[in-house]
Design a protein. Structure first.
Lengths: 358, 287
């Protein structure tokens, strides 16, 4: 188990990167505590797998250093870093039994056979594989195989961190939840550092204590699921997390006040923002009907269970709001208001004054 | 469930049936016909029963040819399969050299068989051939037209040169189909290169290797053109493989009955051995 530091890390798959777009991973600094459960969340191609492979040692970064417990491991190959990795597609050794699969990493390291037996049985019990130990690994279903992959990581006692690269991609939907809970339970039990890469916000938010949101090779925000939801540091986070995502409305700033649709709008961070164009970010959860609010028109209402999602036209902008079941939706002359404590100003995508705030 | 009975469909199969009849069933049945009759020419035949089969099965000439055939086939299999796998493992998986290697590998397979025989025939000539001359200059007493050992050496070298590529291409196809994650996982598990070969590459190549071994077995057991052009079965009978012997009996001596019986035995041997190979190699698949 170890604390993981990434300092000044950057990577490009090209030998001589020139433009910004040549970098698969732009310079970043991160610190992950020992025993934490982290998620790397972002759309496909945002560099999260690259980052994961750098941590596991499958890839050597162009710049920067990887430190485990303050010891630099940047140049070490994967087998010397004591990490385990579970891949998107289950990797099992087809010709071996489940038992031999789990024992493989230990046997490769020359561990005595009686210790191997003890560890394998322990891990099989943790991952519900005890009943299939003598079966051929190739005969198992996808979730069984993923458990073997995971088990091969857990079986070693010297593991610094377990890395997951979208491990639930090929798992049936009804088993995803089960396997995710299993992971969470295992994390509590073995208290290893776990890093989970995914593009699925539900997976990230339920698994991790802290989520690292990435976009186009850049870390946009690190925070607990609540922080990501309540205080997105970037409109990308606002939009990517939450369903539907945050409304981003073009507005102007004058004298430290936001002007939207001809009216002054209160925003948490409006004070001190220089005049000019900006964006107003407010989640659909914090838009309400209010008698003295902005003039608006409801264009469509779609039912989403306990809530309805209403599409609203307000001035030149369109936005979405969540309407609680039972609330009457005015057909005409609707008026809406934004919750001032959850409305924020963004400029060029970033939260205004975020450095002062954080 | 109600099935519609429509016998008309049989008519659509008819063209195929006619084709198969003319290119397989009729010739085969002709051979069966010959194998149980005796003829002295003029298209007059007498019933001979299983006399020809008894003759073939007890003939020391047939036993000798079969023995040479088995020796040849198993020798080339023992060389070509491991060598093919080793070359496939050494080939690059990506980059500009992939196409170069693939083209180089495919080249021997594109050369007509009799040309291969002729090439090696000249290549090995002790006075003027590059191989023959070089060996003699180096002090080896090499002459494939006179010494049986040298003839065998040349024959096997030729087949290895001609056909190892097939094993290479098939094994390579199996290798490139292995996802990177397997190698990455193996690295993380601390596997040695031998373990990677034994537990990842070999199992993933198993299917294509089964095909490669079967193809090479059948082809080498049927081989005729190349040895016929290279040595013509000589010196003496030393490289007379089954097919060469068969042609000698059927066309040289015009013994239709014994030749037909031998053909059928030959065919059954290939069928039986292919079946054994296939069964043994796919035995563990369903467990």
């Amino acid at each position: 188990m170890a604390k993981i530091n990434l300092s000044g890390l950057a990577h490009s798959y090209m030998p001589n990167p020139s433009s910004d777009a040549d970098w698969a991973l732009k310079e970043l600094n991160l610190e992950w505590d020992d025993g934490g459960a982290y998620a790397l969340l972002g759309p496909s191609g945002c560099g999260k797998t690259t980052l994961l492979n750098i941590i596991s040692g499958l890839l050597t970064p162009s710049h920067g250093a990887v430190l485990f417990d303050d010891v630099e491991v940047t140049a070490l190959p994967p087998e010397q870093r004591h990490i385990a990795q579970v891949f998107q597609f289950p990797v099992v050794y087809d010709t071996m039994t489940v038992y031999d699969n789990l024992a493989f990493p230990l046997r490769n390291r020359g561990v005595a056979e009686d210790i191997v037996r003890k560890r394998v049985e322990e891990v099989a019990e943790m991952t519900d594989l005890s009943a299939t130990l003598s079966k051929r690994a190739s005969g198992l279903t996808a979730d069984g195989k993923q458990k073997i992959s995971l088990g091969r990581g857990l079986v070693r006692e010297d593991v610094n961190a377990i890395l997951f690269d979208e491990p639930l991609t090929v798992i049936d939907p009804h088993l995803k939840f089960q396997l995710r809970s299993k992971l969470k339970e295992l994390h509590h039990r073995v208290s290893n550092t776990m890093i989970y890469v995914t593009h699925d916000q539900t997976e990230a938010l339920t698994f991790a204590d802290k989520v690292v949101v990435m976009n186009v090779g850049e870390v946009v925000q690190i925070g607990t699921p609540e922080e990501l939801f309540e205080v997105p540091q970037h409109t990308f986070v606002g939009h990517f997390i939450g369903s539907p995502g945050m409304n981003v409305l073009p507005c102007t700033v004058e004298n430290g006040e936001a002007i939207f649709a001809g009216r002054r709008i209160e925003a948490v961070n409006a004070a001190g923002v220089s005049p000019g164009q900006a964006e107003l970010g407010v989640r659909p959860e914090y838009v309400t009907f209010a008698p003295d609010g902005l003039d608006a028109r409801v264009t469509r209402v779609s039912d989403a269970g306990r809530f309805s999602v209403a599409d609203i036209e307000c001035g030149a902008s369109r936005l979405k709001m969540l309407v609680r079941e039972g609330t009457e939706i005015p057909a005409e002359n609707a008026r809406i208001a934004f919750d001032p404590s959850s409305t924020r100003l963004y400029r060029d995508g970033w939260l205004c004054g975020r450095n002062a705030a954080s | 469930m109600n099935k519609t009975v429509n016998q008309k469909a049989w008519f659509f199969v008819l063209p195929v049936l006619v084709l198969v009849a003319f290119n397989a069933i009729v010739p085969l049945m002709t051979v069966v016909n010959y194998s149980v009759q005796e003829t002295f020419g003029d298209n007059i035949f007498f019933w001979a029963g299983i006399a020809w089969f008894e003759e073939v099965l007890t003939s020391s000439r047939f036993h000798a040819s079969l023995g040479r055939q088995l020796t040849f086939t198993f020798t080339i299999l023992a060389i070509e399969v491991p060598l093919g796998v080793i070359i496939a493992l050494a080939m690059p998986r990506k980059g500009p050299w992939v196409s170069v290697c693939l083209v180089l590998m495919a080249m021997p397979l594109l050369i007509p068989w009799n040309v291969v025989g002729a090439m090696w025939n000249i290549f090995g000539l002790p006075e003027i051939g590059l191989l023959g001359k070089t060996l003699n200059v180096m002090g080896f007493d090499y002459n494939y037209t006179r010494q049986p050992g040298d003839a065998w050496f040349t024959l096997i070298l030729m087949d290895v040169w001609h056909w190892t590529s097939l094993v290479v291409l098939l094994a390579y196809a199996g290798l490139v189909s292995i996802p990177d994650a397997y190698y990455q996982a193996a690295k993380i598990d601390g596997a040695s290169s031998w373990s990677i070969f034994r537990y990842i590459q070999l199992p993933k190549m198993k299917r294509v290797l089964t095909i490669a071994i079967l193809l090479r077995f059948m082809d080498s057991f049927n081989i005729y053109t190349e040895p016929s052009v290279l040595t013509g079965g000589g010196p003496g009978n030393s490289t007379t493989l089954l097919s060469i012997d068969l042609v000698k009996i059927a066309l040289g001596q015009f013994d239709l009955g014994p030749a037909a019986a031998m053909s059928l035995v030959y065919f059954l041997v290939i069928l039986l051995m292919s079946w054994i190979f296939y069964t043994v190699m796919t035995r563990n698949e369903d467990q």
